[in-house]
Structures are given as structure tokens and as C-alpha cells.
Design a protein around this ligand. Structure first.
Ligand code: AMP
Ligand code: MG
Length: 423
């Protein structure tokens, strides 16, 4: 399987002139494609590490894998039955079975002294080494045992019910290309070829900073006006799901100096940093200013609803994304913008987002000129929009995913086949 670069198809669009110096109230928005393209262009790959086989599920292979030897490495039986010489059995039938002498039993895990001479057979369990001289296995169902005589009621075909010594993999065969995402069954294959450790891409380490003077820790009891920090946990969970390692830097109370310090530290220690809240253009919104103080703001505003107040910046060579504070908006930007960044960093093949095709249960009007994403529930093949304020968590919780309402359409019609991106 070949991987496609997730960011490869994003169109080049001229970025607005120095968005950070545009201190006005309005955004100079860019398209989602442009934002993803820019973010991926400043991403760096994470490097590689060697992990024990049992920890390799879901990881991206950093090396091609070849068969070190033939697998299984010996001709073995595919069925329980009798190892025979096919030429001894051509006229065997129900009415006139061929009689062979049973020379013994093949022991599992050993090939000692096993051979079959003309007129003989040996009992062989599934996976046993085919005895020398034998060239087929007759399934036990087509035989009958009378003491040491075996009645064979069917002709055996040459090679029948045998797994050849290199039938699974031939020594030197290419088994996996670098970039392959390992699944449990692949780990089984690696075990079969004797790999105890495997080289994989390191998981991206992503710093998380929450901003907002109204935020308190999850374990605190908020006073009126305060809310618990939802985003830090939500973002961490999403990052883990996408294969990254979240690193929490805590809450900044809209204090510019504090944010600049924390951001610089996080950018030194992580592969990328996500700052939630304060990403808009209100004078209290300090994320862009903080990024600008230690690095560069490349994009401030994406033509996306919700999610417009998103910032793409960098500090030294570390990408920084300013996420909108509303958890539902943050969640959407994580899925649409941050996921591709993680993919590029870990050289993870495209197509990781899981989509469901289903029909609209009702009409959804489009917002003029804007690519809009609505939260939807998918049940019994029907897609129901969950309209609600982006500040509310309940519609987020009820939703199974998001649905794009493209810019330039009048809306989506009841009965229309659509593709929902699953959370
Ligand atoms: P902001 O993007 O800072 O303007 O915040 C927009 C809204 O999101 C405000 O109602 C914030 O209280 C809320 N918000 C911001 N950050 C968080 C967070 N970490 N957890 C929960 N709500 C947040
Ligand atoms: Mg805020």
C-alpha cells in the first residue's frame, strides 16, 4: 500500500500580508486547504524509535520489512489426515478404497525419522512436517483406520492439503513498506519472521496550553463566572486517539508574559504546541500576540464555521496552533487542521479519518459563502443535524461526527447522500 501525502493536494493560495501586523478587528481569512498546507509545510518529522512488538499496534513503520527466511520454512500439513504418495491413490473411491499401511504418526514440532515409502502413509496433524517421500495429505474424513491399515476413499492430488515451505513468505520477500500502519495481524507476521523489536516513527509530542482567566482546573469547584478547563482534557484525548503524546502545560490566566514564557518553554520541549482560547481579535485575546513575541503568526483566521478564529504560527521550527476556546470549535479544528499536522509529523498515510455514508434526515440550509461544518448524529442510516450554540457541550456529546456544508451550495436536502466525518 502506498501512502498519499495528506497535505499534497492542498492548493497554493497567497497568504494575507503579515496577518500579525494586521491589528484590526477583522480577520484576513484563508481557505481551510491553505491553512492545512501552511501548517504542514512548517511541520518536521518526529524521527524513529525501536519498540517491542507488543507495543507496535497502530504505529507507523519506519523501515521496510523483508522475510528473513522462508515462512513456514518446511512443507507442512494444512489438515488432519494421512501423508501419502499421491501416485499410490489414483483409483481410490468409496466403493474401492486403496489400502495403505500406516507407518506411524508425525509428532508436532519434529521431523525426526519421518518418511513414507510406496504403499505406506503416516498420520499427520494440522501443521505437522510432511514426511520425506510423501507429496499429499488425505483428509481424515476420507479415510478409515483398521488397525495398521488405512482405507483411502479418495484419490489424493499431488500437493493437496500441503502448505509449501515458502508459501507464506519467500526469503527476501518484501512484506511491509516503510509507512505501513501496523495492525494486530501485522504484528503476528513480524513475530513469525522473528522480529522482537521494530523501528517505528516516534509519536509526536504535543504541548497543550489553555488560556482564559475564567478557567479553573477540572478538580476545582467553579465560582460564578468560572468554568472548568474542558479543552485540555478534550485535546489530550483526541491527540492520544490520533497517535500523539499530549504534554500538559496548564492554564494561563490571559496574562501575556506568562503565556509567552510558557509558549517558549513548550515550543522548546515539544514537536508542536496547541494553545486554546484567546485566538480571536478581541483586545483580551493574547494568543497571536504571544506567538508573535517569540515567533511568527502565519495565518490568523480560516474561512470555516465554526473555527474561524484559528491561528497558525511557529516558534523557531515548532508549529503552533491557536484553537478557538469553545470546546466544539476546538474539537472541529483539531479534527480538520491538527490531524493532518500529526499525520505529516509521523509520516502517517492519509485517510485516517473515518467517514460514514448516509442520507440526510432533513434539509440543512447553507451559510452564504462559508464552508460550514455541522455536528450530526447518525442513526439507522439517517443523518440528523444537531444545531446548537458552539459553547454548549451537550450537542457535542450527542454527535457522532461532523458534516461539511460546502460554500456555494444552497444547502443539503433531505434524502441526499452525504459523508459524515466521524469524531
Ligand atoms: P475565547 O476563545 O478565549 O474567546 O473563549 C471562547 C469561549 O470558550 C469562552 O466562553 C471561554 O470561556 C470558553 N473556553 C475557552 N477555553 C476553554 C477551555 N479550556 N475549556 C472550556 N471552555 C473554554
Ligand atoms: Mg478567552
Amino acid at each position: 500500500m502506498k501512502q498519499n501525502d495528506f497535505c499534497g493536494n492542498h492548493t497554493e493560495e497567497k497568504l494575507p500580508d503579515t496577518p500579525s501586523r494586521n491589528k484590526g478587528y477583522f480577520f484576513s481569512v484563508v481557505s481551510l486547504d491553505t491553512a492545512i498546507g501552511k501548517l504542514c509545510s512548517i511541520a518536521h518529522e518526529t524521527g524513529t524509535e525501536s519498540v517491542p512488538l507488543e507495543e507496535a499496534d497502530g504505529r507507523v513503520l519506519a523501515e521496510p520489512i523483508y522475510a528473513s527466511s522462508d515462512i513456514p520454512g518446511f512443507d507442512r500439513s494444512w489438515k488432519d489426515g494421512y501423508a501419502v504418495i499421491a501416485a499410490d491413490t489414483p483409483r481410490a473411491s468409496e466403493a474401492a478404497p486403496v489400502l495403505l499401511t500406516c507407518a506411524g504418526t508425525v509428532e508436532m514440532g519434529s521431523d525426526e525419522n519421518d518418511f513414507v515409502a510406496p504403499g505406506q502413509c503416516r498420520y499427520i496433524p494440522t501443521g505437522g512436517v510432511l514426511p520425506k517421500g510423501a507429496d499429499a495429505v488425505v483428509m481424515i474424513e476420507y479415510t478409515e483406520r483398521l488397525s495398521d491399515t488405512i482405507l483411502v476413499r479418495r484419490p489424493a492430488v499431488l500437493g493437496e492439503n500441503i502448505i509449501r515451505r515458502d508459501e507464506d513468505f519467500h526469503a527476501g520477500d518484501s512484506i511491509f513498506e516503510a509507512g505501513w500502519v501496523l495492525r494486530p495481524q501485522d504484528i503476528g507476521v513480524l513475530a513469525a519472521i522473528g522480529k522482537t523489536f521494530v523501528a517505528v516513527m516516534s509519536r509526536p509530542r504535543i504541548g497543550i496550553i489553555s488560556t482564559g482567566r475564567e478557567l479553573v482546573g477540572v478538580d476545582a469547584t467553579p465560582r460564578p463566572g468560572q468554568v472548568r478547563d474542558v479543552n485540555a482534557s478534550l485535546i489530550a484525548a483526541m491527540l492520544i486517539r490520533k497517535g500523539a503524546i499530549p504534554i500538559q502545560y496548564g492554564i494561563v490566566s490571559d496574562d501575556l508574559k506568562h503565556l509567552i514564557n510558557l509558549l517558549s518553554t513548550a515550543c522548546r520541549e515539544c514537536d508542536a504546541v496547541l494553545v486554546s482560547g484567546g485566538s480571536s481579535k478581541d483586545e483580551k485575546d493574547i494568543t497571536a500576540t504571544a506567538i508573535e513575541a517569540c515567533g511568527t503568526v502565519h495565518i490568523h483566521g480560516i474561512s470555516l464555521a465554526p473555527g474561524k478564529p484559528t491561528i497558525i504560527g511557529s516558534v523557531a521550527d515548532t508549529p503552533v496552533v491557536g484553537l478557538p476556546g469553545h470546546p466544539a470549535s476546538a474539537c472541529l479544528v483539531l479534527l480538520l487542521v491538527v490531524s493532518p499536522l500529526l499525520q505529516v509529523m509521523e509520516k502517517r498515510p492519509a485517510g485516517a479519518s473515518v467517514t460514514i455514508k448516509a442520507r440526510m434526515a432533513e434539509n440543512v440550509p447553507a451559510e452564504k459563502g462559508k464552508e460550514t461544518y455541522i455536528r450530526v448524529r447518525v442513526k439507522n442510516g439517517k443523518v440528523t443535524p444537531l444545531f446548537g450554540k458552539s459553547g454548549l457541550l451537550n450537542t457535542l456529546k450527542e454527535s457522532d461526527g461532523i458534516l461539511k456544508v460546502p460554500a456555494g451550495v444552497e444547502g443539503l436536502e433531505a434524502g441526499e447522500l452525504v459523508e459524515v466525518i466521524q469524531w
